[in-house]
Design a binder for this molecule. Structure first.
Ligand code: PLP
Length: 374
């Protein structure tokens, strides 16, 4: 009997095969122009991505971590300030806060969507709080209505960590336009991924985006060598911008394809004992960056899938308040019971537009076999 086909967690080769002529053309165009930095493609991508999100402005930066770091700087956040966020996220969310000298204050997530629990938000706010930073984890938007209301009540801007949520929607509006500003990552495996590192900040506050742009380019003023604020080099190069422009044209279709894979998973896994399936909250349109189930026997389930050639991932095995690098935030085990519990149970199954439905069904069948529901 032949070995079953291996299923990777993401398949960028399959994606490239679908769009190779367009990518080749875009790369050739940038090479011919030799405008490798600050080219027309960067400007065009900023316009097109802002339009896609529904904001008036966007500024491209070198990666998603820089997007967060620079957005916090552009908000004037620094030592003595607190930023309320979640621990059930990639380390960059917390890093950016500590890197500007502020303190991350972590609130727990709701167990159903793995996103910031607005019920717990109020108790985390102190006179030092300057900003709320929810994360649309796995592509599921946080409850931006409730979070926005708390923000308004306390005069706090909301910055979205939308690194995993390109094309996600909350009550008919896209991630990127749900708070005062938003930060995106275009890391290659993201729903909209570059062929290297890339990031973006979106907002409809023109002055804020002007500050972002200045910080991302050495704090330059009207003239290149007129460095008026402390900045950095966080430019996006034209090759990445040209590649992202090609992919942006396909993003909506790819999101629909992800959504249909998620529906197949949910249909096939419905009722499997001992497995909790991800749900879309009413009003949410997830971009299904990851399809993440929960199981008390997560590690054994992952090993079972691996033996059958099926890759899976744990995002994330440790909530970031318990990471040694976040010690400055003073978190300890037991602070965030839901985040800590889900980090022991989450398992992300392969989901990408090119994943055949038969593979989704095969993965779901193996999950059911493992939990003994078949
Ligand atoms: C939730 C979240 N925030 C921030 C980042 C940082 O983005 P980047 O890897 O582009 O620096 C990522 C991506 O890795 C992420 O998933």
């Amino acid at each position: 009997m032949s070995e079953p086909r291996r299923i990777p967690i993401v398949d960028l080769k399959a994606q490239l095969e679908r769009i190779r002529p367009e990518i080749d053309e875009a790369i050739a165009r940038v090479l011919a122009s030799t405008a490798f930095v600050f080219g027309e493609d960067v400007k065009a991508l900023e316009r097109e991505f802002a339009d896609f999100c529904g904001t008036t402005h966007a500024c491209a930066v070198a990666n998603g971590t820089d997007a967060l770091h620079i957005a916090l700087r552009a908000h004037g956040i620094g030592p003595g300030d607190e930023v309320v966020t979640v621990a059930n996220t990639f380390i960059a969310t917390g890093e950016a806060i500590l890197l500007v000298g502020a303190k991350p204050v972590f609130v727990d997530v709701d167990a159903e969507t793995f996103t910031m629990d607005p019920q717990r938000l109020e108790e985390a706010i102190t006179p030092r709080t300057r900003l709320l930073l929810p994360v649309h984890l796995y592509g599921h938007p946080a409850d931006m209505t409730a979070i926005g209301e708390v923000g308004r009540r306390h005069g706090l801007p909301v910055l979205e960590d939308a690194a995993q949520a390109h094309g996600a929607e909350w009550r008919g509006r896209r991630a990127g336009a749900l708070g005062h500003a938003a930060c995106f990552s275009f890391y290659p495996a993201k729903n909209l991924g570059a062929y290297g590192d890339a990031g973006m900040i979106t907002s409809s506050d023109a002055e804020f985006v002007a500050r972002v742009r200045q910080i991302a380019n050495h704090g330059a003023g009207a003239h290149q060598y007129d460095n008026v604020v402390l900045g950095t080099n966080s430019r996006l190069d034209s090759l990445q911008a040209a590649i992202l422009r090609v992919k942006l044209r396909h993003l909506e279709r790819w999101t629909e394809e992800r959504r249909s894979r998620a529906a197949v998973y949910s249909r096939t896994l419905e009722g499997a004992s001992g497995v909790t399936l991800p749900r879309e909250r009413e009003g949410a349109r997830s971009s299904w960056h990851l399809y993440t189930i929960r199981s008390a026997r997560r590690d054994a389930l992952q090993a079972h899938l691996k033996e059958r050639g099926i890759a899976s991932a744990v995002h994330y095995p440790r909530p970031i308040h318990l990471q040694p690098s976040m010690a400055g935030a003073g978190g300890k085990a037991g602070d965030l019971p839901v985040s800590e519990q889900v980090s022991r149970e989450v398992l992300c199954l392969p989901i990408y537009p090119e994943l055949p439905d038969e593979d989704v069904e095969r993965i779901a069948r193996e999950v059911r076999l493992f939990v003994g529901s078949d």
